[in-house]
Design a binder for this molecule. Structure first.
Ligand code: NAP
Length: 328
């Protein structure tokens, strides 16, 4: 199976089989009630080095969102790419409203007027005049409103501002609604070895969409690390209801989840893989449509994750053994 590159569904846009997820590199930001929404502090210079190292290692796909770090992720990514922007496929998202002065999420907006304003602002922060993949970030948006936004994305494509678009949602019915648009190329959804999504993968197969996998490392759990002392600005220290695998009392990794990761360790670390590389290898084996987008905060993580590409997917036998071990 080819793993060095994959195609973004019917768009024909080719990307490295691994993308880089740019949520954590946005740095600290929060909800209006003080809930942390970032991953704690980041060092922008280390981010720039990590992005450039990824480029040198053949990574050509980057996923960000306007709201990550209330604009900061897009800015630092744009700076790191610089003149190499045209060598990569850039995905960003819109729908959340935020205040960069206070680094606070202030709401959501599903109107076409806001989408156009958001796109203009993302282009400025990224330092580019087009977005390769523009994604609706409001996972539960009303289908009627989303259909209008899908049609607007077709306008963006005609205007040359966007090459293809997607919905970031875990709901196959919503993904199918967006896929009615000619230039819809993908769906971004949660998928990792602990959290399978067979219905969404079947839909991707049927409608010729790429499956862009958020949280491919289960927010760090699949790296084999035990997160015991998370800093206050890290969303995992005070996990909202949707975030699984970390104790609600700020205690870090949930022991039950850690146990499941431990049970898979031998398979994930086969053929000299690190646990993170094994988790990515599971995703490539799961479907030829998957494009995992692990987060990163350092050159070391960038190198480890990019190093997974050369090691390729797990085998079908290993996938079956994982299902057996997890009782699936
Ligand atoms: N559309 C959406 O609503 C949505 C939601 C979530 C994520 N996403 C996208 O998906 C991307 C990835 O998902 P995610 O951020 O949830 O988490 P993830 O990729 O499952 O986990 C990323 C975290 O794992 C740790 N890590 C990464 N590589 C490692 C390595 N090689 N060795 C050891 N530790 C490593 C780092 O955290 P520590 O070092 O702190 O452990 C890193 O921040 C995001 O950046 C974003 O682009 C989208």
């Amino acid at each position: 199976m080819e793993t060095t590159s994959r195609t973004l569904g019917r768009s024909g846009i080719e990307v490295s089989a691994l993308g880089f997820g740019c949520w954590a590199i946005g740095g600290e930001w929060q909800a209006a009630d003080g809930q942390p929404l970032g991953w704690g502090k980041v060092d922008d210079e280390e981010t720039v080095r990590a992005v450039r190292r990824a480029l040198d290692l053949g990574v050509t796909f980057f996923d960000t969102a306007d709201v990550y770090g209330t604009g900061h992720s897009e800015e630092v990514l744009g700076r790191a790419l610089g003149k190499r922007r045209d060598q990569v496929v850039l995905a960003t998202k819109w729908g959340n409203v935020f205040d960069p002065d206070t680094r606070t999420l202030t709401g959501a907006d599903d109107s076409p007027e806001y989408a156009r304003r958001a796109l203009t602002a993302s282009l400025r922060r990224l330092g580019t005049d087009y977005v390769d993949l523009y994604q609706l970030h409001l996972s539960d948006a009303e289908p009627e409103k989303a259909a209008q936004l899908r049609d607007l994305c077709e306008e963006f494509v005609k205007e040359g501002l966007v090459r293809a678009y997607a919905w970031s949602t875990d709901d196959p019915a919503r993904a199918a609604l967006f896929a009615e648009g000619e230039h819809c190329a993908a769906v971004q959804h949660a998928l990792n070895v602990l959290q399978d999504a067979p219905d969404m993968l079947a839909l991707c197969e049927r409608l010729d969409l790429a499956s862009i996998n958020r949280s491919p490392l289960a927010m760090g759990l699949l790296t084999g690390k035990r997160h015991t002392s998370l800093e206050a600005g890290d969303i995992r220290s005070k996990p909202p209801a949707w975030l699984q695998g970390f104790g609600g009392d700020g205690s870090g990794s949930d022991p039950e989840w850690v146990g499941r990761v431990e049970a898979l360790r031998d398979i994930l670390t086969s053929d000299c893989r690190t646990p993170a590389q094994g988790a990515l290898a599971w995703l490539w084996a799961r479907s030829p449509r998957t494009v995992p987008i692990p987060g990163f905060r350092s050159v070391a993580q960038a190198e480890d994750n990019a190093g997974a590409i050369a090691k390729g997917p797990l085998t079908a036998e290993q996938l079956a053994e994982i299902d057996r071990l997890l009782g699936r």
